[in-house]
Design a protein around this ligand. Structure first.
Ligand code: F6P
Length: 492
C-alpha cells in the first residue's frame, strides 16, 4: 500500500493525488480489506467480475477507482494496489446503516427486483443516499483529469451522474446499472422517483442489462420528467442527448475455461463426487443468500420430487451453496432462518443416514472450488425470481469444456436472453420447475451436448472484455466534441 504524494495542479489534486483520464465510481473498491491476526491490514482482490472487466482498460489509461472499503473506516488514504490506483470513500457506521443497508439494500434493491420483498421508504435513508452520492461525485470531480471519462456503476450511485456533471461539465459520463430496472408501475412507488431519473440523466450513456430495462427507463423519463424521446435517445432541454441501451455483462470466459481444464480442478471435482457417495446425479445451486435468487422455491421443488419418489436420495444429490450477504439487513436475516428451517425439515423428513436431501453450505468458496463444483454437477439449477444477469449461469457454461451438464435457468434472469438453450423455467411455477429438473436429469447426452455447445459459443463470443469495450466505445461516440479518447482494451 503506497499513498501517492506529489503536487502539480495540472496533473495532481490539491491533496497530491494523480488525476486520471478514466475514473471508475462504484459502491465498493475492487479489493476487500483484510485485517490480519497481528492487526496489520492487507487488501485482497475481490472476486467480482467488474474488476476483471475493467482492469485492462484501467491499466492502459492509468485509471483510478473510487469506492468504499466495506467497513467503517474514516482514515484510509488513496493507495496503489497491484498497479491499480484506488481512492477510498469513507462511510461511518450510521451511514452504512442508512445508505448501504437502508436505502440501497432495503429500498432500491427490492423495488428494482419486482418488489419480491417489500421496499421500505424512509426519509432519513434518502437523505443519507443524497449525501453519500454527493461525496462520491465530489471525489470523482476532484480525481478526473480534464475531458476525462467517468464510468459510474450501479443502484447505489444513481445520483452521481447529475451531481458530477454540475461540478465538471467537461467530463464524459457513463452509467451502468447491474441490476434490473423495473417497469413504470413499480418504479413510481418511489417517493423520490423524479430525483433518481434526473440523477441518471446526468450521464451521456445510461446502460442496462436487458433491452426491456432500457425501454422502461426511457418511458419513465418521457412520462415523469417530460423530456422528448425517440427510440433509445432522450433529448434534454439544454441540448444534450442521453443515449440509453442494453449492454449484457459477462464473465472472463477464457480464464474460467482454462481453470476448469486444470488437473487440480478436475481432481477436486472427482473428489467432491466421491465425498457425495458417487451418486448417479449431482444437482447444484450456487447463489448469494438473497431473496431474489429463488432458493426457497427451488429447494421446495426438489423436496417434492423426493417426496413424490420421482428422485431418490440414494442416487441423486442436491448441493446448495449460499454465500453470506448483507447479513444485518432484516429481510436477509429472515431469509436465512427460512432456508435453515426448510433444509432441516427436508433432511429430517426425507433424508436417510448418509443421504441428506440437501447438502447445504452457508459459505463462500474461492474460484477453483467453484470451478470444481461446476465440473462435478450434472444439473445446475439457477432459478432467481428476478436477476439483472446471473453470472453463475454463465460461469457454469464456461467450465463445461466437455460440453456436458445441463442448465436449468429462470426466464427472469438476464442470462435467459443469451443462454436460450438452457432448460427454461418460470421460478414461480413449482410443478414446471420439477418437470424441467427431471427432464434435464434424464436428457440424452447428445441433447445435452447440442445445448451446451451452443451456449458455450455464446459465452465465448460475448465475454466481459467485449462488454467493457462495447460500453466504452458507445460512450466515446456519445459526445464527439470531446477530443480526448480512451485507449481500448486491445491494440488495433
Ligand atoms: O448485483 C449487484 C451487486 O451489487 C454486485 O455488484 C455485488 O457483487 C453484489 O450485488 C453484492 O453486493 P454487496 O456489495 O451488497 O455485497
Amino acid at each position: 500500500m503506497s499513498p501517492t504524494t506529489h503536487s502539480d495542479p495540472e496533473t495532481k489534486t490539491g491533496s497530491g493525488i494523480k488525476r486520471a483520464d478514466l475514473v471508475i465510481v462504484a459502491n465498493r473498491l475492487p479489493v476487500d480489506r483484510v485485517v490480519n491476526d497481528d492487526g496489520s491490514v492487507d487488501w485482497r482482490r475481490s472476486p467480482g467480475g467488474l474488476v476483471t472487466a475493467i482492469e485492462p482498460v484501467m491499466r492502459r489509461n492509468d485509471g483510478a477507482w473510487i469506492g468504499w472499503s466495506g467497513g467503517a473506516d474514516s482514515d484510509l488514504e488513496p493507495f496503489v494496489e497491484d498497479g491499480l490506483s484506488l481512492i477510498p470513500v469513507p462511510l461511518t457506521e450510521q451511514e452504512i446503516e442508512e445508505f448501504y443497508e437502508g436505502f440501497s439494500n432495503a429500498t432500491m434493491w427490492p423495488l428494482y427486483h419486482d418488489v419480491v420483498a417489500k421496499p421500505e421508504f424512509h426519509r432519513e435513508w434518502w437523505d443519507a443516499y443524497v449525501r453519500i452520492n454527493k461525496r462520491f461525485a465530489k471525489k470523482a470531480a476532484e480525481i478526473a483529469a480534464e475531458d476525462a471519462t467517468v464510468w459510474v456503476h450501479d443502484y447505489q450511485m444513481q445520483l452521481v451522474p447529475a451531481m458530477l456533471r454540475e461540478l465538471r461539465p467537461d467530463v464524459r459520463i457513463g452509467f451502468f446499472l447491474h441490476i434490473p430496472f423495473p417497469p413504470a408501475e413499480l418504479f413510481q412507488q418511489l417517493p423520490w422517483r423524479r430525483q433518481i431519473l434526473e440523477g441518471l440523466l446526468g450521464a451521456d450513456v445510461v446502460g442496462f442489462q436487458r433491452p426491456g430495462a432500457s425501454q422502461n427507463f426511457v418511458r419513465l423519463v418521457r412520462q415523469r420528467v417530460g423530456h422528448k424521446t425517440h427510440r433509445d435517445r432522450i433529448y434534454l432541454p439544454d441540448g444534450r442527448v442521453v443515449q440509453a441501451g442494453s449492454f449484457p455483462i459477462s464473465i472472463d470466459t477464457a480464464e474460467l475455461d482454462t481453470l476448469a481444464r486444470s488437473e487440480s480442478v478436475n481432481a477436486r471435482a472427482a473428489e467432491i463426487r466421491e465425498q457425495l457417495g458417487n451418486p448417479k446425479k449431482v444437482l447444484l445451486g450456487i447463489d448469494r443468500l438473497d431473496y431474489t435468487k429463488g432458493i426457497y422455491d427451488r429447494l421446495r421443488a426438489f423436496g417434492e420430487l423426493v417426496a413424490d419418489e420421482e428422485v431418490s436420495v440414494e442416487d441423486t444429490v442436491f448441493v446448495q451453496v449460499a454465500t453470506p450477504s448483507r447479513e444485518r439487513v432484516d429481510q436477509y436475516r429472515m431469509l436465512r432462518d427460512e432456508i435453515d428451517r426448510l433444509v432441516g425439515r427436508l433432511n429430517g423428513d426425507l433424508g436417510r443416514i448418509g443421504s441428506p436431501v440437501i447438502h447445504y453450505m452457508h459459505t463462500s468458496y474461492p474460484k477453483d472450488e467453484m470451478a470444481a463444483l461446476f465440473r462435478a454437477a450434472d444439473v445446475m439449477v439457477v432459478t432467481p425470481l428476478r436477476d439483472g444477469m446471473n453470472l453463475v449461469a454463465k460461469e457454469y457454461v464456461a467450465c463445461r469444456y466437455d460440453e456436458g451438464g445441463a442448465l436449468v435457468l429462470s426466464e427472469f434472469a438476464g442470462a435467459a436472453d443469451e443462454l436460450r438453450q438452457a432448460y427454461m423455467v418460470n421460478p414461480y411455477d413449482i410443478n414446471g420447475m420439477k418437470k424441467a429438473i427431471v427432464t434435464a436429469m434424464h436428457a440424452p447426452p447428445r441433447e445435452l451436448t447440442r445445448r451446451m455447445r451452443a451456449m458455450r459459443k455464446t459465452v465465448a463470443e460475448h465475454d466481459v472484455k467485449d462488454w467493457a469495450d462495447r460500453f466504452l466505445s458507445v460512450l466515446a461516440d456519445a459526445q464527439p466534441m470531446h477530443h480526448k479518447q480512451l485507449r481500448p482494451t486491445q491494440d488495433s
